[in-house]
Design a protein around this ligand. Structure first.
Ligand code: PMP
Length: 338
């Protein structure tokens, strides 16, 4: 393959479109005739402003966000959002509902408990997280501040396509591993967050989308850097943002737009998922997807073999054939194929 690249199936940091990497590389040393590389530009310059606001505009356009939604570029990964959300919206006398669909939900719940009351409205733990909840199984709290979901469970391999109905209570979603991969109706969401390194660009920037009505209920007195209001008021320029990561994220968003927007991504991803799950299901149980059919992720397809010994053999033979496995922890075997 060009430049000796390989088929890279890592969940994240994930492969970026080659066209994007080439574009970024094209004027690496002297960006736009400024005589400077982009990461040497001032974040207060007019040139950077165009990149920053261009990327914000693209997020809004691609996701069909109306004027009530604010788009932020923060740092600290999705992991910091696990804490920032309850820090800003929970507190004494306030309750939030969390839906536990795997290890990322568990991490979000752990942080939220430090700041207020958490009601776990559903947990898939006992069943081994093989499916998402049905609406009638959810034990939602009337008047909760928000309902938190993990829209794609990167490790477990489940993904929502129909989101829980939470009435007037805003949905808060960790979309780290499926943002922009299919069309969504943003209406139920009060806040969406995603570390960039899977579907949006390089690591170092976290996309946060927050709606005005939820923002209006944010706690006062939150430390400056961890308050959403700070970053909304300053358009994510309160302090120095990760300019290079935001630039590359913007280039990925342009690529998404040029390739049919979210409808185009949905079509591509549906085709890939059909091919992969179709093959797994045709194997008559040799390769086996443990995830319930209507909860299966298009982003992370999980499959098992009849025994753990055969799984070890599969990995070993894959490696001998040139696979490069970057992680072999438990079921998280991620491979790149030359
Ligand atoms: N949520 C999900 C669904 C993830 O897949 C990950 C990363 N694998 C995280 C959160 C943590 O993201 P970060 O490394 O950006 O903190």
């Amino acid at each position: 393959m060009k430049y000796g690249r390989i088929w890279n199936f890592n969940a994240g940091p994930a492969a970026l479109p080659l066209e994007v990497l080439e574009r970024v590389h094209a004027d690496w040393f002297n960006k736009g005739g400024t005589g400077m590389a982009l990461m040497e530009w001032s974040h207060r310059s007019k040139e950077y402003d165009e990149i920053h606001n261009g990327a914000i505009g693209l997020v809004k356009r691609l996701l069909g966000l109306d004027e009530r939604y604010r788009v932020l570029f923060l740092q600290g990964g999705a992991s910091l959002q696990f804490a920032m959300i309850p820090m800003n919206f929970l507190g004494e006398g306030k309750v939030a509902d969390y839906i536990d669909t795997g290890s990322w939900s568990v991490k979000a719940i752990k942080e939220a408990r430090l700041f207020g009351e958490v009601n776990v409205a559903f947990s898939g733990k006992e069943e081994g997280y093989v499916r998402l909840p049905r609406q009638e199984e959810l034990k939602l709290t009337p008047g909760a501040e928000y309902v938190h979901i993990t829209s794609n469970n990167t490790i477990k391999g489940t993904e929502y396509f129909d989101y829980p109905d939470t009435g007037d209570v805003p949905l808060v979603a960790d979309m780290s591993s499926d943002i922009l991969s299919h069309r969504i109706d943003p209406a139920p969401f009060g806040l969406i967050y995603a570390g960039a390194q899977k579907n949006l660009g390089p690591s170092g920037v976290t996309l946060v989308i927050v709606r005005d009505d939820l923002l209006a209920r944010a706690n006062e007195g939150v430390t400056t850097m961890l308050s959403y209001s700070t970053h909304v008021e300053k358009n994510s320029l309160f302090n120095t943002p990760p300019t290079l990561a935001i630039f590359i994220l913007g280039e990925v968003l342009k690529w998404v737009e040029e390739n049919g927007g979210l409808a185009g991504m949905e079509e591509r991803n549906r085709r890939k998922a059909d091919l992969l799950y179709g093959f797994i299901d045709e194997q008559g149980g040799y390769y086996r997807c443990p995830i319930e059919k209507n909860s299966r992720s298009w982003m992370n397809a999980v499959f098992r073999l009849p025994t753990e010994e055969l799984e070890a053999k599969f990995i070993a033979e894959g490696k001998a054939a040139g696979w490069r496995c970057t992680s072999t922890r438990g079921s998280r075997r991620r491979c790149g194929v030359p």
